[in-house]
Design a protein around this ligand. Structure first.
Ligand code: DC
Length: 231
């Protein structure tokens, strides 16, 4: 995929909203001493930056223009994505950021822009990258791929606890928002949410994050040599 030599493996973790990818991916990266990259945060930061600049998120031409002038950087130390030097981490987990990200993420120009950035920062390896299309589009040649899934009610319950404005959002509102997001993720024309044929499927519905991480670590141990992991 890239001419760069990999120093360590690329581990892809995909799945729908609220499935627990972030907690699990962080745990796995920490345990293996690998970098952790959350691609959802990139769509969120991008959407916040564009909307702050007054870009109409439904206008393809305006989004293309923003992609052409936006300077995107990844701060390895904090794991934050900066757009034009600005760090959006204080607002990145808000429901508004999630909603805006979901809107821009169906746009081809935005996906091309962010996928190419993700390849650039991930291709040197030693990374756990989480998202929706890591195993299918960003790194189809990842060393190992996981697809986490869980029933909508379970994911909505988890998201309800997690969202920053939880005091204001009812469980019903979170469920319907998640359902809408699932539909956008699955039905979009460009790199839709889909299990890669060679991804390991894990239903996290009845598992704690720690159990899922342990399961993933076992699979990684079976598939990859120690030298591939710690190098
Ligand atoms: O994982 P998250 O909720 O932070 O993602 C925010 C939005 O970004 C979500 O609606 C789907 C989109 N996304 C995507 O399209 N592709 C990715 N690799 C990651 C996120």
């Amino acid at each position: 995929m890239s001419g760069k030599k990999r120093r360590g493996p690329i581990i892809a973790i995909d799945g729908p909203s609220g499935v627990g990818k972030t907690t699990v991916s962080r745990l796995v990266a920490e345990k293996l001493g690998l970098r952790y990259i959350n691609t959802g945060s990139m769509y969120r930061a991008f959407a916040l930056a564009a909307s702050e600049e007054g870009v109409d998120l439904n206008d393809v031409k305006a989004l293309e223009g923003f992609c052409a002038r936006a300077r995107i950087t990844f701060d390895e130390a904090s794991g934050n994505t900066l757009i034009n030097g600005r760090d959006y981490s204080d607002r990145i987990r808000s429901q508004t950021a999630g909603e805006l990200a979901s809107v821009v993420s169906v746009k081809k120009a935005v996906r091309e822009f962010l996928v190419s950035f993700q390849r650039r920062i991930g291709s040197s390896g030693s990374v756990v990258m989480e998202g929706r299309d890591i195993g299918t589009a960003v790194f189809p040649d990842a060393d190992i791929k996981f697809f986490l899934d869980a029933p909508l009610e379970v994911r909505a319950g988890r998201r309800h606890i997690e969202v920053a404005e939880k005091a204001m959002a009812s469980k019903e509102a979170v469920t319907s928002e998640l359902e809408k997001r699932d539909r956008r993720d699955i039905e979009r024309a460009n790199s839709p949410l889909k299990k890669a044929d060679d991804a390991i499927y894990i239903d996290t519905g009845e598992l704690e994050a720690g159990d899922v991480a342990r399961l993933i670590l076992v699979k990684i141990g079976e598939r990859l040599k120690v030298g591939d992991i710690r190098s």
